[in-house]
Ligand binder design. Sequence first.
Ligand code: ATP
Ligand code: SF4
Length: 319
Amino acid sequence: MDEPLLSIRDLCVDYVSEAGCVRAVDHVTLDVSRAEIVGVAGESGSGKSTLAQALLRILPPPAIISGGEARFEGRDILTLSETELRELRWRRISMVFQSAMDSLNPVISIGEQIVDTLVAHGAATRQEARSRAAELLEMVGIPAPRVDAYAHQLSGGMRQRVGIALALALEPALVILDEPTTALDVIVEREILQQIRGLQEKLGFAVLFITHDLARMLQFSDRVAVFYAAQLVELAPAAELRRAPRHPYTEGLLRAFPSVQSDADEPESIPGAPPSLLSPPAACRFHPRCDRVQAICRERQPDLIQLGPRRAAACHLAE
Ligand code: ATP
Ligand code: SF4
């Protein structure tokens, strides 16, 4: 079998402060194949963005990678030097953030920003880069004459498209989308996701798609990884996850999204709230909220059990 594009093993990320140590990514193991779209789902605070930032080694202090491995195209990202990381970022792995406003420079036109990225990475001369910038903007649905516009002159949807054009400029093998459409209305969101899917099919990059919107994720992803309180609790092809989830938390998430269920069902939220990661519940972290809790769930943490070649779940009932 081919080596996965990205192979994460036992990855741990901690935020260490005077208040204590918060493990925001807890022994996560996950593979992403070439040209695969893997969705990362989970409630707020479950560690999705921390995982993404760890993969690009852009974690803000006081976060530290405290263990594990993340092999990308055969090399462990966690041991790369700063020079090697500069080669990796944007060129091999890029990211689209929740708000493109955060990643766009307000005083440089959008075209110039793409030109600067291409030139800085040695991908084109300034002259070549200008026509490439117009091509990239057209590819994401921005007409070429807007190449001289500034970020503040564009709508939120247009800015996100610029963020996508920038992320694709150097033809990376993996694009991380961190809640790329959260701030947009549903129509623009659908259009942008369809466009990314079309580009992904044409250009063949893999995607790690982070969102708390499970309905959107199931439509967009090939496989879905469900996170709860910093741990990976279920991994499955999107259609199988929707049809037959194997973890009670996934079942709860599916019931909570009206657009995932049939129209006849009322959405039902999961009782309780996610735990504080400063002192998470012992054994199975989901046990205080689980309607199928057994005695063993309070005593022993379930292992992530392989349930098939592309499926896994961490629940004593799945065992
Ligand atoms: P959201 O969907 O709200 O973006 P998320 O799933 O992406 O959430 P993260 O932002 O990765 O979650 O945060 C994971 C956990 O890490 C949080 O629950 C919080 O406890 C901890 N955390 C995040 N940032 C910091 C920080 N700067 N200092 C201390 N702890 C932090
Ligand atoms: Fe529920 Fe037990 Fe499974 Fe945890 S291990 S999800 S408490 S059944």
